[in-house]
Ligand binder design. Structure first.
Ligand SMILES: C[S@@+](CC[C@H](N)C(=O)[O-])C[C@H]1O[C@@H](n2cnc3c(N)ncnc32)[C@H](O)[C@@H]1O
Length: 301
């Protein structure tokens, strides 16, 4: 599919704006036992090689994971360890998350922030979801598990549902966030749309965690091996991560992308993505093209 009218948008971006140091590092957290090794890898990739896990940090994260109600569609243990270590190293004051689900990842992020900032009282995670009901059990609201997971500070997470990424502007100020997390709809081009919509509120050089960056490949590989998984593979987050032209850290099925200092440079990496097949229904193509274009324009301002 051709997205012709995007061409002129990135011709407006000077080439110099996209020339920054680019690096891709692999830091996987295979197991609880490998937390320290993974942490050291991540700390060094983030330019903070002296940072170490806090006292009791891993045990606290492990207790939270053990308390989780329903892990379906949520972070795996390696993903949790990557996200927790990322927060521990970068010490954001607060985060915005797209894709609440049960609220497990929201609670994990809030817990990791609290471990770094135990005296902070204000809510530190704003999470939004397109649906008011939890996908795993429709009589439960999204975020239902938060009070069970972090009973000591349930008020640290605010749930906004039903909302989509166009709502982020009401949750954060321009260039405010140091770190954000995207785990909403993985159908291409929705992860791209979410990044474009959240980027104005993340400072240049800040990071965005992306979940399911190998989801499509995992499902495809299982099918080729003759052990098909009961769901379709989606490549939205995977293509976005692979096409990202700035620093990125690969944690397996979770990754982190760093925003360029001049955010309008992001538009340069959109050409290939917008020419890749959309994974949504045909009826949504036009609306999504328009929404991506509008988000790109806003990001370039
Ligand atoms: C994989 S689940 C999130 C899991 C959660 N982050 C966790 O690890 O516990 C994806 C969630 O994204 C929501 N969602 C789907 N499309 C969305 C969109 N366009 N914007 C925001 N959320 C969306 C779904 O309702 C679902 O709850």
């Amino acid at each position: 599919m051709k997205i012709g009218s995007f061409g002129y948008l990135w011709r407006l971006i000077p080439r110099s704006a996209s020339k920054e140091f680019k690096d891709k590092v692999l830091c996987e957290f295979q197991s609880y036992q490998a937390y320290e090794t993974g942490y050291r890898c991540l700390a060094s990739a983030l330019g903070r090689p002296d940072k170490n896990p806090g006292q009791g940090e891993l045990e606290r994260i492990r207790r939270l994971i053990d308390r989780r109600g329903n892990p379906a569609g949520s972070l795996s243990i390696p993903d949790c360890l990557f996200a927790a270590a990322f927060v521990s190293i970068t010490r954001p004051h607060r985060m915005v998350e797209i894709g609440t689900g049960s609220g497990f990842s929201s609670a994990l992020l809030a817990c990791a922030i609290h471990l770094q900032r135990p005296d902070a009282r204000a809510p530190c995670v704003d999470t939004l979801d397109a649906h008011a009901e939890y996908f795993g059990e429709s009589n439960l609201p999204v975020g239902f598990d938060i009070s069970n997971l972090i009973p000591e500070f349930p008020g640290s997470v605010r749930v906004h549902a039903p909302r989509e990424s166009d709502f982020v502007g009401t949750l954060a100020a321009k260039d405010e966030l140091e770190l954000a997390f995207i785990d909403g709809n993985h159908q291409h081009p929705l992860p791209l749309l979410d990044v474009l919509r959240i980027a104005p509120y993340v400072k240049g050089g800040g990071w965005v965690l992306l979940h399911d960056i190998r989801f499509g490949t995992i499902v495809e590989t299982a099918r080729k091996k003759g052990v098909p998984l009961p769901y379709e593979g989606l490549f939205g987050a995977e293509w976005l991560f692979d096409e990202w032209a700035w620093n990125k850290i690969d944690g397996g099925n979770i990754g982190a992308i760093q925003l360029p200092t001049k955010k309008k440079a992001i538009l340069r990496s959109m050409g290939t993505l917008m020419n890749s097949p959309f994974e949504v229904c045909k009826e949504s193509y036009r609306r999504l093209r328009d929404e991506v274009r509008e988000a790109a324009r806003f990001c370039a301002r």
